[in-house]
Design a protein around this ligand. Structure first.
Ligand SMILES: Cc1cc2nc3c(=O)[nH]c(=O)nc-3n(C[C@H](O)[C@H](O)[C@H](O)COP(=O)(O)OP(=O)(O)OC[C@H]3O[C@@H](n4cnc5c(N)ncnc54)[C@H](O)[C@@H]3O)c2cc1C
Length: 243
């Protein structure tokens, strides 16, 4: 689901395929594995926006989208963080990843830049959006307030690697909850004590859930529908769809 937002400035990049190898692995929560890759090809890697993505070409030939959570051209490093949901080839590859394993990454093809001139920022996402959230927290000026609403499976995953003073985090748990992801998010939004001023909102959940949250934001929450960037990050199979 692409966004057609008039506020966003898009910068296109030359697409390069880069060969990279695992340099380090680290669990940043019980189900998210940060993998640091290295390789000569990373010397000119470019990513201008925290919600950029690269195409990861798995050894099987399949491709999946991942967020460049960090990169360093001098050290020729790239960090990706994989949510280990367990079912798909990318998640499986990450579960087994060890130092020296190789991958090809391509892109980012373009970066969509949101101005950091809003009074506050609202980010709504699940585990797949945590890499982007962490990068954005580091970029947004400290005088702007940031509200994160993050869905994870259960309480022991409710830890985000930030001590930024301008960040408020509200956790939403799937575990034992009869409501759908979007229903839980809407409940939280309805009771949110909004900070003062203009705000920009990002939403990235499962595709259908993202659409539902976006509809609520547009109809009942936002000041301006151009101040929302919504993009589904993964697709539940039709046999698994919540009503
Ligand atoms: C712009 C963009 C950036 C992204 N960045 C990241 C990132 O930095 N880190 C990250 O972990 N993911 C990220 N994702 C999401 C990731 O691309 C998907 O979760 C992808 O489907 C994983 O591929 P897979 O091979 O593991 O599973 P697939 O083969 O795609 O799916 C297999 C099964 O797993 C289920 N599934 C897939 N993803 C999830 C999930 N998140 N939760 C529960 N079930 C799931 C599917 O419904 C399906 O039933 C991003 C997606 C986009 C569009």
């Amino acid at each position: 689901m692409e966004n057609s937002n008039k506020l966003l400035k898009t910068v296109m990049h030359e697409i390069k395929k880069r060969k990279v190898a695992v340099k380090n692995v680290e669990m940043i929560n019980p189900r998210i594995k940060k993998i640091t890759f290295t390789g000569e090809d990373l010397k000119d890697f470019v990513s201008l926006s925290p919600d950029d993505h690269v195409k990861v070409f798995l050894p099987s030939g399949e491709m999946r989208d991942y967020t460049p959570m960090g990169f360093n051209n001098e050290d020729k490093e790239l960090e990706l963080a994989f949510y280990l949901h367990g079912n798909g080839p990318a998640s499986q590859w990450a579960i087994n990843a060890k130092i020296g394993d190789e991958l090809i990454v391509a892109g980012p093809r373009g970066s969509q830049i949101v101005p950091y001139s809003f009074d506050w920022y609202l980010m709504i996402g699940d585990e797949t959006n945590i890499p982007s959230m962490l990068r954005r927290i580091a970029e947004i000026p400290a005088y702007s307030k940031i509200v994160l609403i993050i869905e994870v499976e259960e309480e022991n995953e409710a830890a985000l690697l930030t001590d930024a003073k301008n960040v408020e985090i509200i956790w939403s748990y799937r575990n034992n909850n009869q409501l759908s992801s979007s229903q839980r998010m809407v409940e939280i939004l309805k009771s949110l004590d909004k900070p003062e001023g203009n705000f920009f909102t990002w939403v990235s959940l499962e595709n259908r859930e993202t659409i539902k949250v976006k509809e609520f934001l547009e109809n009942e929450f936002t000041q301006n529908i151009d101040w929302i960037k919504a993009r589904g990050y993964w697709a539940r199979r039709s046999s698994e769809v919540e009503n």
